[in-house]
Structures are given as C-alpha cells and as structure tokens.
Design a protein around this ligand. Sequence first.
Ligand code: ZN
Length: 129
Amino acid sequence: MHIFMTATQQKHFEHVLLRQQAELVARRRAYLAGMTRSDPARDVLLQDGDDAAQRAPDRDIDLQRVEEDVACLSTINAALVRIAAGTYGICRECCTDIPVERLEISAQTPYCVACEAQCECGRKPSHKL
Ligand SMILES: [Zn+2]
C-alpha cells in the first residue's frame, strides 16, 4: 500500500468505488430490461401519427448515456484493481500522490489534476483508460 494513504482511507475509497459500481450496474440492468420489455411496445403504441424523427434523438441520448456508464464502469473497475495492487491514489502519468480531496470528488480518477488537464486537452490520448 502507498504510504500517503491510511488503510482506513483506502477502505473508504474502496467502498465508494464499489457503491458507484453497483449503482451503474443496476442502472444499466434497469435500462436494458426497459429496452427489451417496454420499448417495442412503446414503439408500436407511438406509431400512429408519431414523428419518428422526434423519437430518434431520444434513443441517441439513451445510448450515449449507456456508453458513458460503461466507460465510467471501466474506470471504476480499473481503480479497484489499483486498490488491490496497492497503486491506488498514485498518478499513472507522473507517479505523484493524487490528493485525497481530489479522490473524494472523483474516486476513480487515475491522474492528478495537472495530468488530467493534459489528457483532456488531447495531448496524451494514449494514457486515457
Ligand atoms: Zn500526474
């Protein structure tokens, strides 16, 4: 385990990550269940005089949300792996400690603020998860 973080803190972040993971999995399950059960029925109900073009953006937004959830889930899983490996809270780019305050806001982040900013600028796309 990394020295700057106590076992209690690490346990805390592990709980936070596991809770977020459970919420995302549950939301995705609910969404997929909704897709298979109610969507075909809703589409049939909406066919009369409905504007298909009006519905398409809704579907796009749903899919985008699912994709975001999947991406988020993979960063959470990666963070849990780092906890198990004892590298959690260390920036993957510059190897400095990620402040606990930052982890409280974004428990799954693999980068310190400076490296995250560089990634978001697209200068280091290879380091994105
Ligand atoms: Zn860094």
